[in-house]
Ligand binder design. Structure first.
Ligand code: GTP
Ligand code: MG
Length: 327
């Protein structure tokens, strides 16, 4: 399993494609003579251009049928409207190459070789124009492919717990501890930080824990448009959010700010949002009073860590689709 953009082929760039089309055309032309040679040259070159461009378009996943998580992510990173536009242009060029072939083929028959050669050259020039016209689109698709290929392998259909909270509260420590060595890292192309995806099995179900440094660790007003959209994407993947807070002040942010972030997340996500107050080992009497009745843990000592994971898994309330045994 992988994400929908992982195995996109490299689109041919304009010059490369023309080179391939015309050199193959020349080769088929050399194998024949007279009008046949000109006709084969056109046939081969136009087909290569048309087929290659069509393959570029069909290789891309259908944007409408993408999981909303990946659609939002793609939109945040490259903009799906411009992606659609580039694909439309390339599709147009593919059809145009076929049209040129159909238009010129009759002119290469029942005439002298010299005239046929002239027409074939004219057709080649028009094919080259068409490819040149979509050169920018092909380049943009190439860049888009490079960008989207490295998306984190989050499986949006798997039950997913998103871990949020201010920097240094212990998010990564928690994810690393409960998922042990099963961590994968992947870069979001638009942040300097990395997303960590850990997997944990519970009663034969694989849960996914997503640690999101740089995205859900500060107030929404401080996120740029791209990050906001990435948060939107995450909201499609999340089945529960675990907000980690540090009342001890070790992380450097007042608890009040951290609790405001939690309120923002509750507004943004329509799934259960749980809290856990970490750094139990660092809390003084005042801190423990402040979090009286709340869920606490210490990733450092291991206290209550498994219980927190269990609560999060319960919140996901994931019901695998099993045939109902009416007994
Ligand atoms: N004393 C104590 N230290 C902890 C505890 N949990 C985490 N830490 C430490 O706090 C520091 C920050 O922990 P991280 O897990 O990196 O925090 P984070 O929330 O992932 O931080 P960012 O990735 O920067 O957002 C690390 O040095 C941890 O070892 C805890 O329960 N007690
Ligand atoms: Mg971290």
């Amino acid at each position: 399993m992988s994400h929908p953009f992982e195995s996109l082929p490299t689109p041919p760039l304009g010059d490369e494609l023309l080179d391939k089309a015309f050199s193959r055309g020349a080769r088929t032309g050399r194998a024949k003579s007279g009008l046949d040679a000109q006709s084969s040259m056109l046939q081969t070159a136009a087909n290569i251009i048309s087929d290659n461009l069509e393959n570029v378009v069909t290789a891309w996943p259908d944007i409408e049928s993408l999981h909303p998580f990946y659609r939002d992510l793609a939109d945040a990173i490259v903009g799906v409207d411009s992606l659609r536009q580039h694909l439309n242009e390339v599709g147009w060029a593919s059809r145009k190459a076929t049209e040129i072939r159909t238009e010129y083929q009759p002119r290469l028959r029942r005439t002298d070789t010299e005239t046929a050669r002239k027409h074939r050259k004219q057709a080649y020039a028009r094919l080259a124009d068409i490819v040149e016209e979509v050169e920018d689109d092909l380049e943009a698709l190439m860049e888009t492919r490079e960008t989207l290929r490295v998306l984190p392998d989050i499986r949006p259909d798997r039950p997913t717990i998103v871990v949020a909270g201010y920097p240094n509260v212990g998010k990564s420590s928690f994810v690393n501890t409960v998922t042990r060595a099963s961590n994968e890292e992947a870069s979001y192309p638009f942040t300097t930080t990395q997303v960590h995806v850990g997997h944990v099995e519970h009663e034969h179900i694989q849960y996914q824990l997503v640690d999101t440094p740089g995205l859900l660790d500060r107030p929404p007003a401080e996120r740029n448009a791209v990050e906001s959209q990435a948060v939107s994407a995450l909201s499609h993947a999340a089945d529960a959010v675990l907000v980690v807070l540090d009342p001890s002040g070790t992380c450097g942010y007042p608890l009040e700010l951290q609790e405001r972030l939690r309120a923002d997340i509750e507004d943004r996500f329509s799934v259960p949002v749980l809290s856990v107050y970490n750094m139990l080992d660092r809390m003084d009497e005042g801190d423990t009073e402040a979090v009286e009745g709340e869920q606490t843990m210490s990733v450092a000592t291991g206290a209550n860590v498994d219980a927190v994971l269990d609560t999060a898994i319960e919140a996901v309330d994931y019901e695998p689709e099993l045939p109902i045994d009416e007994g």
